[in-house]
Design a protein around this ligand. Structure first.
Ligand code: PLP
Length: 377
């Protein structure tokens, strides 16, 4: 079986993790945590990094930092992972959804404006499968309406966005540099992994302090077991940060490899009738976290049937997200009952991603591509 993802760990990871074991710094104190936070924040052009135990935890802490609660609304894409919505729902605030763009699969920024109400407190753009959201219109709306931006960059380590197009100062900026608070995941299938892990980035010292407190049960520095707020235990361990730091040292190589995988698939799969491939907008640098494809209905197959045929040929795939508005768990809570988002509904049924891990060999890419040709022939 060619797996959909396989982490690619190297010698430096082993050295750093071994150092943790040797020195006994295996829990949530130790040199690697702060180094990983500082270096990841610097890489993304931010002042503060707060490491947490997962991307889901990062979103939860980010939302908690903004003090959202019942009566508040957050505008976000329906085409994303459930973590984005649960972070909002836990607080009693309500996610308000928009559909996605049919080519980038990221949130359709043109739909955001009409969803802004008196209750809107934040916008949550989510970069999808390695491709950035068109951020300028979001940042512009957020500024004009006084809204926070919770940027979910879990899938786009190192991806870049050309901001300020049409001005005299356009500039490429890394994803994760845009949000009031920006969130990353370091789960095993991400470009940089800590096994499980996440991080919140911000330039605001007060928000950074709050995030640090929230991830660690809101212990107080001068009176430890005295609590004025409710927090979480979302601490990352030194062991995990050791992995992350080692990976970060070779991020350029990791990104180059992901882009190479994306371009290899592009050249082998382009021109197949009925097959939509990932794009790279002129204002974006895609890191091809996962190589997604969407089948046209004319192929007579949906993604599930296609995945089954690939599996028979020894190739593992993953379906695209099912939109948040189609999730039974939210319907039970009376959310999104009348919502329809046709682009998301279509790609949720017709989309899947191919093996995209860093350990993928040229031979495997060629086998996967041949299998796709064969199934669609
Ligand atoms: C867009 C997005 N946000 C958040 C998460 C949650 O991250 P984690 O799995 O580390 O909790 C993921 C996970 O893959 C994701 O794809």
């Amino acid at each position: 079986m060619i797996p959909v993802n396989e982490p690619f760990l190297a010698q430096r990871e082993l050295e750093y993790v071994t150092e943790c074991v040797r020195t006994g710094w295996v829990s949530s104190a130790g040199r690697f945590i702060e180094e990983f936070e500082n270096q990841w924040a610097a890489y993304c052009g931010r002042r503060y990094g707060i490491a947490v135990s997962s991307g889901t935890a990062a979103l939860q802490v980010a939302v908690a930092c903004l003090g959202l609660g019942p009566g508040d609304e957050v505008i976000m894409p329906t085409f994303t992972i459930i973590s984005c919505a649960t972070a909002i729902v836990y607080t009693g605030a309500v996610p308000v959804l928009v559909d996605c763009d049919p080519t980038t699969w990221c949130m359709d920024v043109d739909q955001v404006k009409s969803k802004i109400t008196q209750r809107t407190r934040a916008i949550m753009p989510v970069h999808i499968y390695g491709h950035p959201v068109d951020m300028d219109p979001i940042l512009d709306l957020a500024e004009r309406h006084g809204l926070a931006v919770i940027e979910d960059a879990a899938e786009v380590h190192g991806a870049e966005y050309l901001s300020g197009r049409g001005t005299i100062h356009p500039a490429w900026r890394r994803c994760g540099s845009f949000g009031t608070l920006s969130c990353f995941s370091f789960y095993a299938n991400k470009l940089i992994t800590t096994g499980e892990g996440g991080m919140i980035l911000t330039d605001d010292s007060k928000l950074a302090e709050k995030a640090q407190s929230l991830r660690n049960l809101c212990f107080q520095a001068h009176r430890r077991f005295y609590h004025e707020e409710i927090g979480f235990n979302f601490r990352l361990t030194n062991l995990q940060a050791a992995l992350g730091l080692a990976q970060l040292e070779r991020i350029d190589e990791i990104i180059a490899r992901k882009r190479w995988i994306g371009q290899e698939y592009n050249s082998r799969l382009s021109g197949i009738p009925g097959l939509q491939l990932p794009v790279e907008e002129p204002w974006a640098r895609n890191v091809y976290w996962m190589y997604g494809i969407v089948l046209s209905e004319e192929t007579g197959m949906d993604a599930a049937a296609f995945a089954h045929k690939l599996k028979q040929r020894g190739i593992e795939t993953r379906p695209f997200f099912l939109g948040l508005h189609e999730q039974p768990v939210f319907h039970k809570r009376g959310l999104f009952l009348q919502d329809r988002y046709p682009i998301t509904e279509r790609i949720a049924r017709q989309g899947l991603y191919l093996p995209s891990g860093l350990a993928l060999t040229p031979k495997q890419i060629s086998e996967v591509s041949e299998a796709v040709h064969e199934v669609l022939a």
